[in-house]
Write a protein that binds this ligand. Structure first.
Ligand code: NAI
Length: 470
C-alpha cells in the first residue's frame, strides 16, 4: 500500500489534539489537519495558550504547528483534501430519549459522518478514535455509503480506540503499551486500510506493539479496558470501607495484594473515587449494551462498579460531616484540588463535584483551590445556586485561611510540599484534614495537631468518638 501523506482529524479535544500532535511529530512526511466546529477551541490551539493542559504537549505543538500540523474550522476542506480521517468527537452519555443515562450519544459522531459523506470526492479511510458502542462502525458505514453524492467513492472504516490517560498523554502516545487497529481484515481492501494505518504508527511504534483485530473486537476492547480499570479502583475502594471498619490499613492491603504478579500493583490506590469523562460513561454504555443483548446479570455486574464509586463519594461526605460534630453548616471548608486527577485541568465527572454538592447541601462554605482549573469551569460544573456557597481561590493559602477543615480531592504533587505547620496556624481549631487521595504524611499532620481522616486507614480515636463508633 502507498503510505498515507494527508490526515484530517475531526474533533480537537483531549484526544484529537494530543494524538494528532504526536503523529505530526513522528511523521514529518504526513500533513495533519485537526478540525473542530468550535471556533474558540481552534483559536486556542493556534495561540500560545493551548485549550488543554497536558505535560509535554506545548513543546510538540509549538514545534510542529504551521509545518505539518494545522488547526482549522474548515471541516469540509480538510475532509476533501485528505486520505485518512480520524474521528475523535465526544460521545457522552445520552441525556434524553431511549437509553437515557446509559447509552452513548452518537449525535456528534453521526453529524461528523454525514459531513464526511457530503464532502468526500475521493476514497477515504475513516478511523474511529472516539470510544463508541460495539458495531458503531457498521452504522457509520451505512450513513457514509447512503449519503455520499459522488459515485464510486469508497469508505473503509477502522476502529482505533485510544488508550492514552490524561495527565500522561504524551508519554502514553510516545510509547504506547499497544496500538489496537480493528478492520475488515477478512477482505483485501479492508486489510489494505488496516495496513495503511499500521504504516502510520510504525513510524515510531514497534510492530509487535501494533495489534490488529476484527472491528467489533477492537470496539469492545476499549469498553472492556475501561471497565476493568475502573473495576480495580472500585474493588480497592470497597476494601477501604472494610479497612476503616476493622482497623486494617488499605495501603498495606494494596501493597500486599499488588506484589502478587497475577494482580499487579497498578491502579490499586484507594481514593474518593474515579472521575474523568470516560470510566462512568463507558461502563454505563457497556452495561446498556449487555441489557440490549439480553444479559441483565452481566449488565448488573458492571453497573455495580459505578455504584461502588458513588458510594465512596457519599461515604466521604458523611465521614466529613460526622467527624465535624455532625454539622458543617456555615463552616468554611478548603477543597484542595478539583480536577479529576493530577496533571490535568479536566474536571469532567470529577469526584470534587459530587463531594462539593454534598458538603454545600449540608450548609458548608467551600474555598476551592486547584492549580490548573479556572474559576469559570468550576462555576459551569457546580451551577449558579451552589456558587453562592463557593469561593474560587487563587492560592492554597487563601483557601485555607480561616477554614475549619481541608479536604484533598486531587493528588497534585504540590500539596505534599506545603508547610502544613503554617497551615495549621491559619486554620480554625480543631483543624481537620480529610485526605481523599492518601498523599499526605498523616503521622506528621497528627503531630502538628490536626485531626486526620485518611480513606481506608485506621480511624483517628477522635473520629471514632465523634461518631460514637466502637
Ligand atoms: P472533547 O469533548 O475534549 O473533544 C471533542 C471535540 O469534538 C470537541 O472539541 C467538539 O467541539 C468536537 N466536535 C464535536 N462534533 C463535531 C463535529 N461534527 N465536527 C467537528 N468537531 C466536532 O472529547 P475527548 O475527551 O477528546 O474525547 C473524544 C472521544 O475520545 C470520546 O469518545 C472519548 O470517550 C474518547 N476517549 C477519551 C479519552 C480521554 O482521556 N479524554 C481517552 C480515550 C478515549
Amino acid at each position: 500500500t502507498r503510505p498515507i501523506t494527508t490526515i484530517c482529524c475531526i474533533g480537537a479535544g483531549y484526544v484529537g489534539g494530543p494524538t494528532m500532535a504526536m503523529i505530526a511529530k513522528k511523521c514529518p512526511q504526513i500533513s495533519v489537519t485537526v478540525v473542530d466546529i468550535s471556533q474558540p477551541r481552534i483559536d486556542a490551539w493556534n495561540s500560545s495558550e493551548l485549550p488543554i493542559y497536558e505535560p509535554g504537549l506545548d513543546e510538540i505543538v509549538f514545534e510542529c504547528r504551521g509545518k505539518n500540523l494545522f488547526f482549522s474550522t474548515d471541516v469540509e476542506g480538510a475532509i476533501r483534501d485528505c486520505e485518512m480521517i480520524f474521528v475523535s468527537v465526544n460521545t457522552p452519555t445520552k441525556k434524553t430519549g431511549l437509553g437515557k443515562g446509559k447509552a452513548a450519544d452518537l449525535t456528534y459522531w453521526e453529524l461528523a459522518a454525514r459531513t464526511i459523506a457530503a464532502c468526500s470526492e475521493s476514497d477515504k479511510i475513516i478511523v474511529e478514535k472516539s470510544t463508541v458502542p460495539v458495531r458503531t462502525a457498521e452504522a457509520i458505514e451505512k450513513v457514509l455509503q447512503r449519503n455520499c453524492p459522488h459515485d464510486g467513492v469508497r469508505f473503509d472504516i477502522l476502529s482505533n480506540p485510544e488508550f492514552l490517560a490524561e495527565g500522561t498523554a504524551i508519554v502514553d502516545l510516545d510509547a504506547p503499551d499497544r496500538v489496537l487497529i480493528g478492520g475488515k481484515i477478512e477482505n483485501a481492501k479492508g486489510q489494505a486500510a488496516v495496513d495503511a494505518l499500521v504504516g502510520v504508527y510504525s513510524n515510531w511504534v514497534p510492530k509487535e506493539n501494533i495489534l490488529t483485530a476484527n472491528l467489533w473486537s477492537a470496539e469492545l476492547s476499549k469498553l472492556a479496558a475501561n471497565a476493568f480499570l475502573a473495576q480495580r479502583i472500585s474493588s480497592i475502594n470497597a476494601m477501604s470501607a472494610l479497612c476503616e471498619a476493622t482497623g486494617a490499613d488499605v495501603q498495606q492491603v494494596s501493597h500486599a495484594i499488588g506484589t502478587d504478579t497475577r494482580i499487579g500493583s497498578k491502579f490499586l490506590n484507594a481514593s474518593v473515587g474515579f472521575g474523568g469523562s470516560c470510566f462512568q460513561k463507558d461502563i454505563l454504555n457497556l452495561a446498556y449494551i449487555c441489557e440490549c443483548h439480553g444479559l441483565p446479570e452481566v449488565a448488573e455486574y458492571w453497573h455495580s462498579v459505578v455504584g461502588m464509586n458513588d458510594y465512596q463519594k457519599s461515604r466521604f461526605v458523611k465521614r466529613m460531616i460526622s467527624a465535624m460534630f455532625n454539622t458543617i453548616s456555615g463552616k468554611k471548608i478548603s477543597m484542595l484540588g478539583y480536577a479529576f486527577k493530577k496533571d490535568t485541568g479536566d474536571t469532567r465527572e470529577s469526584p470534587a463535584i459530587d463531594v462539593g454538592h454534598g458538603l454545600i447541601e449540608d450548609g458548608a462554605k467551600l474555598n476551592i483551590y486547584d492549580p490548573k482549573v479556572a474559576a469559570a469551569q468550576i462555576a459551569l460544573d457546580m451551577g449558579e445556586e451552589a456558587m453562592k456557597s463557593i469561593t474560587c481561590c487563587k492560592t492554597h493559602t487563601e483557601s485555607l485561611t480561616g477554614a475549619h477543615a481541608v479536604c484533598i480531592m486531587t493528588e497534585w504533587d504540590e500539596f505534599k510540599t506545603y508547610d502544613w505547620e503554617a497551615i495549621y496556624g491559619v486554620m480554625q481549631k480543631p483543624a481537620f484534614v480529610f485526605d481523599g487521595r492518601l498523599i499526605l504524611d498523616h503521622q506528621k499532620l497528627k503531630d502538628i495537631g490536626f485531626i486526620v481522616y485518611a480513606l481506608g486507614k485506621p480511624l483517628d480515636p477522635f473520629l471514632c468518638s465523634a461518631e460514637g463508633a466502637p
